[in-house]
Design a binder for this molecule. Structure first.
Ligand SMILES: *Cc1c(COP(=O)(O)O)cnc(C)c1O
Length: 389
């Protein structure tokens, strides 16, 4: 008997993606993630990395991580509640809590796992979650897994948020937002959000993935940026971006952290990160506190890059280290990004579903170690590629 092809739906989905210029591939980097990388043997200026402070390849961080590798070995051997907690995990959590000025902190295996674990633990069927329409996919998945009623409000629009809160009378609820939005690089209206959280007695949760090490005078993140220290109830972030290591974390009250340690499924049922990763994160945190001038340099570099783009006739601005350059058409965004690669610049084209259909962007990410000359050359190449010069 002739059976239908059980793989047909996958083949069809892939074919459709290719036709719509939405097919995904991977770029292979040969060597460390730093300002200059090698890709297919070709040297490229890296303008797409989340390692904003260039900490993935920082000598003092690597030195400490190597020492811990030698002393502790590779894997952690168990989940945090069984055998996977070392003194390095504990001291990192203590330092994170101190860095964010909170009673306690908890490390998850990724930022993604932190968001799904936290939201699922904090919100149940009886809760209402108010979530910004541009929040990260991991927040969206956390909301879905929680089974709470989720209400999406217009991007950073506090009037819309308030109207939506008033529409329902919820006894238990959460407002959740990115601190720095990962594609546009803009910053949450924290004063507005905290005001509403207090007025309506809702918990507030902020995701600092692209904020820690980037915004605030010394890179402490969104509360420092607004001079609103201690205002957010649930402050989560990643160790994998500016800090150049891996993992996610949450900082908050003793009550919150003990509750999550007992209830967050992605924390409980997963082997913990290796002590080496924890050591790298801890050393990165130390370096950030000791040398906040790296954050200043990052800010100056970003402003300079935006100015150089302006000289090319491309309007660009950013409050973080992410500089989006609007392109629109998916195919064109890919072409521009490929042309730039031929000329020695690694810049990602971001397409649906990460951004809306027909709103593809080039997403430039700046590093503290880029030189002014490198950034100017990149802006010139972008100008030429965008305008087909
Ligand atoms: C990257 C990112 C995450 C996920 O963090 P990982 O450590 O990469 O899993 C969560 N939230 C936001 C806003 C992010 O940009």
């Amino acid at each position: 008997m002739n059976q239908p092809d059980k793989w047909a739906f996958m083949k069809q989905a892939l074919k459709e993606r290719k036709e719509k210029e939405l097919y995904r591939t991977m770029q292979v980097i040969e060597g460390p993630q730093t300002a200059q990388v090698y890709c297919n043997g070709k040297r490229l200026l890296m303008l797409a990395s989340n390692s904003y402070l260039d900490f993935c390849n920082e000598p003092r961080i690597k030195e400490y991580a190597a020492l811990v590798l030698e002393q502790y070995g590779t894997g952690s051997g168990g989940s945090r509640l069984t055998t996977g907690t070392t003194d390095i995990h504990m001291s990192l959590e203590k330092n994170l809590a101190h860095f964010k000025n909170r009673e306690a902190a908890l490390v998850f295996n990724t930022g993604f796992a932190a968001n799904t674990g936290i939201i699922q633990a904090v919100c149940g069927r009886e809760s209402v979650i108010f979530s910004d329409e541009l929040n990260h996919a991991s927040i969206i998945d956390g909301c879905r897994q929680s089974k709470a009623k989720t209400v999406i409000y217009r991007h950073n629009d506090m009037a819309d948020l308030e109207a939506k809160i008033r529409e329902r009378d919820c006894k238990q609820g959460l407002i959740v937002s990115d601190a720095v939005f990962s594609m546009d690089g803009d910053i949450v209206d924290l004063p507005g959000l905290i005001n509403l959280a207090k007025q309506y007695n809702l918990l507030s949760m902020i995701d600092e993935a692209h904020a820690t090490g980037v915004i605030g005078k010394t890179g402490k993140g969104v509360e420092e940026h607004y001079h609103m220290e201690g205002e957010v109830d649930i402050l989560m972030g990643t160790l994998s971006k500016a800090l150049g290591a891996e993992g996610g974390y949450v900082c908050g009250s003793d009550t919150l952290i003990s509750y999550l340690r007992n209830t967050a499924r992605s924390f409980i049922f997963s082997t913990s990160l290796s002590p080496v990763s924890m050591a790298a994160a801890e050393q990165a945190l130390k370096l950030l506190e000791e040398e906040p001038e790296r954050v200043k340099k990052l800010r100056e570099n970003t402003a300079w890059f935006c100015w150089c783009l302006g000289q090319q006739g491309i309007e660009a601005k950013s409050q973080s280290a992410i500089v989006p350059i609007g392109i629109g058409d998916e195919g064109k965004a890919l072409q521009v990004s490929e042309k730039l690669r031929e000329q020695g610049f690694f810049i990602s084209a971001i397409r649906y579903p990460t951004v809306k259909k027909g709103e593809a962007v080039l997403r430039a990410a700046i590093m503290a170690t880029h030189t002014k000359e490198e950034l100017r050359a990149a802006a010139e190449a972008i100008g030429q590629a965008v305008f087909n010069k």
